[in-house]
Design a protein around this ligand. Structure first.
Ligand code: PBG
Length: 305
């Protein structure tokens, strides 16, 4: 193969991530030409409406997958946290890149952290996972919907629509907004979305040439952690549109996974954690999910739909 074409969404974050993957592929394979194929997806067209309400799952992936099936692109680059727990048949992830900052960011022009917010402050986030964790800490806050890409969300904060917003550190850092992060919301107290901060490449199962080229960018430890987090979410029948959070880390071959399920409406949260062998992330993910289900996580997830 001489040219590899990467299908990508057109948001600034998606373009950054795809350019990054393109650069890494060029460095790994001197002589290979790598091109981006920017496309709009249904997910982008409806960003201002509730993704969950219009059947959110995989909306950002579909058009990119169709391009790969047509042969207009060889692979696609995604934020792994936006990739459905079950891939479309015929597709696989030949590479999961080394995870960047996993944490959520507290961003505000007036306040240093969640505890410093005045009574009844308005906080913008459309993520049920972030809403549930905010409610649990501060039942008095007024949570408001906040949609759009990272740049749009910051502009809405600056326009005074919110006292603070919560979004992913990784997205802010990639777009050069590190200085907007007032506080990093960290594990084990505050948990991110499953696989937050990790970028993945998707390609067709049967495209062995693309698989081989992309596999050079795979980070085994990130894949192991992401598999544990995603296996937990899968066992809960979760997606990126439910109040489910998970964070795994590997230490000397030992895998540790913490997970939670919450309610965005009343701030109820159930938590579980476990440890297991680094070579069996799915077993650990299912184990932590079973602990959560035993504490009523199923009802919390059903109530969020
Ligand atoms: N849901 C949108 C989305 N998908 C990936 C990221 C950031 C990058 C990442 O988490 O890997 C974001 C923005 C956000 O949640 O603030």
């Amino acid at each position: 193969m001489k040219t590899l074409r990467i299908a990508t969404r057109k948001s600034p974050l998606a373009l950054w991530q795809s350019e990054h993957v393109a650069d890494r592929l060029r460095a790994a394979h001197p002589g290979l030409t790598v091109e981006l194929v920017p496309m709009s997806t249904r997910g982008d067209e409806v960003l201002d409406r509730s993704l969950a309400a219009i059947g959110g799952k995989g909306l950002f992936l579909k058009e990119l997958e169709l391009a790969m099936l047509r042969g207009d692109a060889d692979c696609a680059v995604h934020s792994l946290k936006d990739v459905p727990m079950e891939l479309e048949p015929g597709f696989m992830l030949p590479a999961i890149l080394t995870r960047a900052d996993y944490a959520d960011a507290f961003v505000s022009n007036h306040f240093a952290n969640i505890a410093a917010l005045p009574e009844g402050a308005r906080v913008g986030t459309s993520s049920l996972r972030r809403q549930a964790q905010l409610r649990a800490l501060r039942p008095d806050l007024r949570l408001a919907d906040l949609r759009g890409n990272v740049n749009t969300r910051l502009a809405k904060l600056d326009a005074g629509e919110y006292d603070a917003i919560v979004l992913a550190c990784a997205g802010l850092q990639r777009l050069g907004f590190d200085d907007r992060i007032r506080d990093r919301l960290q594990a084990p107290h505050w948990l991110p979305a499953p696989a937050q901060g990790a970028v993945a490449i998707e390609c067709r199962d049967d495209d062995v040439a693309t698989r081989a080229l992309c596999a050079r960018l795979d980070d085994a430890d990130t894949r192991t952690c992401a598999e544990a987090e995603r296996a937990m979410n899968r066992a809960l029948h979760g997606s990126c549109h439910v109040p489910v959070a998970a964070f795994a880390r590997l230490q000397a071959g030992q895998l540790h996974l913490a997970g939670l399920v919450g309610s965005a409406s009343d701030g109820v949260i159930v938590r579980a954690q476990g440890e297991g062998a680094g070579h069996a992330p799915e077993v650990l993910g299912r184990d932590v999910a079973a602990q959560l289900l035993a504490q009523g996580a199923g009802e919390l997830i059903a109530a969020s739909h």
